[in-house]
Design a protein around this ligand. Structure first.
Ligand code: ADP
Ligand code: MG
Length: 257
């Protein structure tokens, strides 16, 4: 059952029905139904190996599902065995921002160049336009003073904030986060979550895989619990955290809280 969309009545940004994905004989996503409404923040939780990363990777075409329907940002990314063709897929990826656990900054480029590269190469921005927009985003994530720094000189929290600014520079319609704070020292987690909270309150549509239950409680509109390649339960954080109906949700929460 798809989780409830926000009461906006707008067309969903993400609409997924019956999504399946296997690696060899191993079924990793076993019929996922999932909706995200504009400006909604969906937090995905669940044990390691439950299929969370594979699910996010399907959403921007990094993995090809086997069956089901996946609509995102007004594109039919996947429909019963057929994937969007390569050119359209590249266009789609500019609308779907992705932030990984491991930052993935370009090590040989400065912070500013990391943030301006996409808009210059893929959006046809001039150097000056891209730099202005990038500086505004770096300001927003608190790193304008690091514009000329190289990634290696930054802390993990700073690297991840640059990665977020870089994704935002493409003006995505939805942001996907795959455990964005899991590689950080504990004292650096807060600064990244703070930036994500700001994005959420700005109205960004977000799907966030995280083990940060405090963030889920505070920011999520909907919490989705995955286990064994399926969504076992979904609902508002108050419900999921205080009165989960599924034994598998209770077991997971007991292990992490
Ligand atoms: P999660 O993010 O919830 O930890 P993943 O989506 O990374 O889960 O993985 C789900 C399952 O799929 C795991 O059993 C993992 O080993 C398997 N898997 C993921 N990617 C691949 C791949 N490229 N090839 C084979 N198996 C994979
Ligand atoms: Mg994962």
């Amino acid at each position: 059952m798809p989780q409830t969309a926000a009461a906006s009545g707008d067309a969903p940004i993400v609409r997924i029905r019956g999504l399946k994905k296997s690696f060899g004989t191993h079924t990793v996503l076993n019929g996922i139904d999932f909706d995200v409404a504009p400006s909604q923040v969906v937090v995905v939780i669940g044990p390691s190996g439950s299929g969370k990363s594979t699910f996010l990777r399907c959403c921007n075409g990094l993995e090809q599902p086997e069956s089901g329907i996946l609509d995102i940002c007004g594109h039919r990314l996947f429909d019963q065995g057929r994937m969007l063709e390569e050119r359209a897929l590249n266009a789609l990826r500019t609308e779907v921002g992705m932030v990984f656990q491991s930052f993935n900054l370009f090590p040989h480029l400065s912070v500013l160049e990391n943030v301006t590269l996409g808009p210059r190469k893929l959006r046809g921005a001039t150097k000056a336009q891209a730099a202005d927009a990038a500086m505004a985003l770096l300001e927003k994530v608190g790193l304008a003073h690091k514009a000329q720094a190289m990634p290696a000189s930054l802390s993990g929290g700073q690297k991840q904030r640059v990665a977020i600014a870089r994704a935002l520079a493409m003006r995505p319609r939805v942001m996907l986060f795959d455990e964005p704070t899991s590689a950080l020292d504990p004292e650096l987690v807060g600064e990244v979550l703070q930036v994500m909270k700001m994005l959420a309150s700005d109205g960004m549509t977000m799907v966030v895989v995280t083990h940060e239950m405090g963030f889920a409680k505070e920011v999520a509109d909907v919490v989705v619990v995955m286990d064994g390649g399926a969504i076992v339960e979904a609902g508002p954080p108050q419900t999921i955290f205080s009165t989960p109906t599924q034994a598998r949700t209770r077991a997971f929460l007991q292990a992490v809280l």
